[in-house]
Structures are given as C-alpha cells and as structure tokens.
Design a protein around this ligand. Structure first.
Ligand code: ADP
Length: 244
C-alpha cells in the first residue's frame, strides 16, 4: 500500500481542482491553477507547440520544482506563471484571479503585486546592463560572492510580499556548495510559509523541493512528492539539515 507521501498527485485534490472545475474560480487556498495551458510559437510559418495543455494546481505555502530536459517547455511555462506572457489557450488562475485573458497593463499590475522573481545571477547582470547599471556590477566584481548576490536577489524579490517566489534556474551558474546554500534559503522560506516555485533542469536541485513537476514535450509527464521523485530519479536525497 502507498503511504500518503507516495500517492501520486494525479489521484488527489490537485488533479480534481484542475479537471473538475473548468471555468470556475478555484478556492482561495490555490495560488496557481492552470487548465489546458497552451503556448505556440510561430517560427516563420512553422508552429512550435511549446506547451500542449498543461494542468497544474499549486496550493499556498507549497515548495515546488518544475523540471524537465532542455526544450520541454520550462521557460515558456515560467513566463506564463510569472505573468510575462499570455497563453494561446487554456486558463491561468493566480491567487484567485483569472490572468490568462488580461491585457498587458493588467498583467503587469498582477505581476508586480504577486510575483517575486529570482533569476540566474548572470541574468541579473544582464538585466542591470539593460537599465545601464552594468558598470556598477563591473566596479564591484568581488565584493559579493555568487551566493551572497543570490541572497540579495531573493531578499529583493520578497520586498513586496509576493504570493509566489518564482526562481528560474536559481543555481544555474553556482558551484554545488553555493547551490546547496541557496536551496537551504528556499527551504527556510518555505518553512515560513512562502510559496516557492523554482524551474530547473537539474534533478539534484529539484530534489530539494517538496514536490516535483516534470515536463516533457510541453506536457506534465509526472507530478510527485519529493520522496517519490528521488526514488524514481535514482538520486541520493539531499541533506537538508546542514547549516550554512
Ligand atoms: P526549456 O525551458 O525547457 O528548455 P522552452 O520553453 O525554452 O523549453 O522551449 C520549448 C519549445 O519552444 C522548444 O522547442 C523551443 O525551441 C521553443 N521556443 C521557446 N521559445 C521560443 C520562441 N521565442 N520562439 C520560437 N520557439 C520557441
């Protein structure tokens, strides 16, 4: 018999919220609900189906990793969840609001209020360069370590008390010790009740989250509790008890 921890989410409340209430506002407890989310890209006449009907339901206070191989649709889904882009079809409910059919201005308002972004550190540098603060980064290259910079980014992302902290490959260019450190920061935030969603292509990193959603070819291939994911992936469970 399966223990509660091992019941696949596809047989539980998460699944029901997605499949049985199409068109209806989810209850307040559900911070993210996507139903049949699709995103196509038009590559000069050739259509790329990046997301082909993604169903996800995430409760407040969850700590979720979205993972999958390159090209599986992680960035596309992250852009939609982060209100940076709109789907071609399907529903996206964020904190009780239907955001999938909002216009750009409304979307920006929701994004500023509800989402705290953490990017790879080099992407943060790119962003600074875009607002012409790049030379500041150049002037103080060694003052902050990669880990410290990422902690600053996390703190900044939390300033407006967003409904979700959305981290895109947050350990992408960090060494493994520093990556572990950042994972402990997320665990601490999750313990305090912050909803954390991180996108990663690394199983070792995903294994730190309490739930792992695996994308493949633009669809949810599996959606499991951490322990089940670790067993299925055949990796060693991370030590979450080490202190920084
Ligand atoms: P991942 O983040 O998992 O690597 P993506 O979401 O970046 O996956 O890509 C999913 C699919 O959509 C891939 O086939 C990719 O080539 C395609 N794709 C992503 N962004 C664009 C874009 N702006 N224009 C055209 N195709 C895109």
């Amino acid at each position: 018999m399966l223990t509660t921890d091992e019941i696949p989410l596809s047989t539980t409340a998460e699944r029901q919220v997605v499949t049985t209430e199409s068109g209806a506002a989810p209850e307040k407890d559900w911070v993210i609900v996507t139903r049949g989310l699709k995103r196509d890209y038009d590559m000069g006449g050739e259509i790329v189906h990046a997301l082909r009907g993604v169903d996800i339901a995430i409760r407040r206070n969850e700590y979720v990793a979205i993972m999958g191989p390159s090209g599986s649709g992680k960035s596309t889904l992250m852009n939609l969840i982060g209100c940076l882009d709109t789907p071609n079809a399907g529903e996206y409910w964020l904190a009780g609001e239907l955001v999938s059919d909002k216009d750009e201005d409304e979307l920006a308002r929701v994004r500023n209020r509800e989402i705290g972004f953490v990017f790879q550190t080099f992407k943060a540098t790119e962003a600074l360069e875009r607002v012409q603060l790049g030379d500041r980064v150049q002037h103080r290259p060694n003052e902050l370590s990669g880990g410290q910079r990422q902690r600053v980014a996390i703190a900044r992302a939390l300033v407006n008390q967003p409904a979700i902290l959305l981290a895109d490959e947050p350990t992408g260019n960090l060494d493994s010790t520093t990556s572990e450190e950042i994972m402990r920061v997320f665990e601490g935030l999750a313990e305090q009740g912050q909803t954390v969603i991180m996108v990663t292509h690394e199983a070792d990193i995903a294994a730190h989250a309490r739930r792992v959603i695996l994308l493949r070819d633009g669809l949810v291939a599996s959606d499991e509790k951490r322990s089940t994911f670790i067993k299925a992936a055949g990796i060693a469970p991370p030590d979450l008890t080490k202190k920084t």
